[in-house]
Design a protein around this ligand. Structure first.
Ligand code: GUN
Ligand code: ZN
Length: 436
């Protein structure tokens, strides 16, 4: 297809009519049993709680062919946001959980990541990651790649071809000047491409793999280009001790990043399982988010993260699969793990402590994730002016949970969150373009 005709299709306006589910706030889902969403040029132009299509059709000159009515058992919801995933570690998903973080990194993870100097290897993996991530309903992903420039650019290109978000370089075994220069080259390359769905992210891997000089240089680079930052924090108790030993003049793990000017309102820190109250105060004051990765925290036996405590401290929280610390790239799986871990954390805390609800987990996976990655004004729910990043869910599709009775929309959502899988995600849209 020529670029022109592709653009024409992309610009086409359409209306989706049927049950609509999204979050406007953390505590309760917003559900319209029968509403409509109108999309033009990739953006949402109308959201209404009625199926009064004629007026909107006329206003946007949309013919009947572009009015899609959802069937029985279907609903439309925002795409999932994965705030932390290592694209390069996908081949290891499901392997290596006999070890904890630091040994796991040297035994399983670094040897795999070294293979990304081979572009054909990188291409195979990255094609599969982007395809499977989208197929599982993730429309925005905050990817870690490896230190290899060419394969990291390849990941950005593959994501751009699929119309997906995000990307990064990171650091092991490089010289400081090289790391800095390659990072800046990468930023300039992505900026030149002028694709606002693909953003470079400053990615110091974690405090144990970067010295203060490099971290400060990367903090300065993020500030100069107004970029997002991602790294890991306080995942495992042995890691926390090692950081304290390595950075004597810092008062805490969070203080290491703060001294490097890496804690901004565009920073996402993965894990945060063992943070002190003082560290939470610093993160809240900087507007820095935590990516909660329960699948990883359990698989690598890092600990149980108390998300309620983070939220009560005023910290933005999103969900992350952390492949391959986590074994599944499905955010549906992460939602279930989030709910399970929250229940485990609640045991013994008394009746005043409320474990997370599925409403809250849905928020964290969508609008909460968007806010965590500082894109809450662009994606995360159905508001006029935002990109139409959305999933059509069909709880009646073959091979999945059969509907033996008629459920209301809220019940369909619960069933999807607890029992659904990629087979129930029949269509995926990124910025109005259908990618599944
Ligand atoms: N800390 C530093 N690197 C990593 C990584 O690749 N995965 C996880 N889970 N933690 C890390
Ligand atoms: Zn990670």
């Amino acid at each position: 297809m020529s670029q022109d005709s592709q653009k024409k299709m992309y610009n086409r306006s359409f209306i989706i009519v049927g049950p609509i589910v999204h979050s406007k706030e953390i505590t309760r889902l917003t559900v319209f049993d029968l509403g409509l969403i109108a999309v033009s040029d990739g953006k949402i132009v109308a959201v209404e709680e009625t199926a009064n299509v004629a007026q909107i059709q006329e206003k946007y000159s949309i013919t009947d062919d572009f009015v899609y009515h959802l069937g029985d058992g279907e609903f439309v919801m925002p795409g999932f946001i994965d705030t932390h995933i290592h694209a390069s570690q996908y081949p290891n998903a499901g392997l290596g959980y006999d070890m904890q973080l630091l040994d796991w990194l040297t035994t399983y993870t670094f040897p795999l990541e070294m293979k990304y100097s081979d572009l054909s290897f990188a291409e195979k993996v990255y094609e599969a990651v982007v395809k499977n991530t989208l197929a599982n309903g993730t429309t925005t992903a905050m990817y870690f790649a490896t230190i290899h420039f060419n394969s990291t650019v390849l990941l950005a290109n593959i994501a751009a071809d699929q119309n997906m978000n995000w990307n990064t370089p990171d650091g092991y075994g490089e010289r400081t000047e090289d790391s800095y220069k390659l990072t800046e080259d990468f930023i300039i390359q992505l900026k030149d491409k002028k694709n606002d769905l693909i953003l470079p992210i400053i990615t110091p891997r974690f405090a144990l793999s970067c010295d203060m000089e490099l971290m400060k240089m990367l903090g300065e680079l993020a500030s100069r280009y107004d970029l997002h930052i991602q790294t890991h924090i306080s995942e495992n108790v042995h890691e926390v001790s090692a950081v304290k030993e390595s950075f004597h003049d810092c008062t805490s793990y969070a203080d290491v990043y703060d001294k490097a000017r890496l804690l901004t309102n565009k920073t996402v820190l993965a894990h945060g399982v063992h943070l002190s109250d003082d560290e939470l105060k610093v993160l809240a004051a900087r507007g820095t988010a935590i990516s909660h990765c329960p699948n990883s925290n359990t698989s690598l036996k890092s600990g149980l993260c108390d998300v309620r405590r983070l939220l009560n401290a005023g910290i933005k929280v999103g969900l992350g699969t952390d492949v391959s610390g986590g074994y599944s790239l499905s955010i549906l799986n992460t939602i279930r793990n989030t709910l399970d871990v929250s229940i485990h954390v609640s045991f013994g805390k008394g009746e005043d402590y409320a474990p997370l609800t599925y409403h809250e987990a849905f928020y964290l996976a969508t609008l909460g994730g968007a806010r965590a990655v500082a894109l809450g004004d662009k994606i995360g729910n159905f508001e006029v002016g935002k990109d139409f990043d959305a999933l059509i869910v069909n709880m009646k599709s073959p091979g999945s949970t059969d509907i033996l009775q008629k459920y209301d929309t809220d019940a369909l959502v619960q069933k999807f969150l607890y029992t659904g899988d990629d087979r129930n995600i029949t269509k995926v849209y990124v910025a109005g373009r259908q990618v599944k």
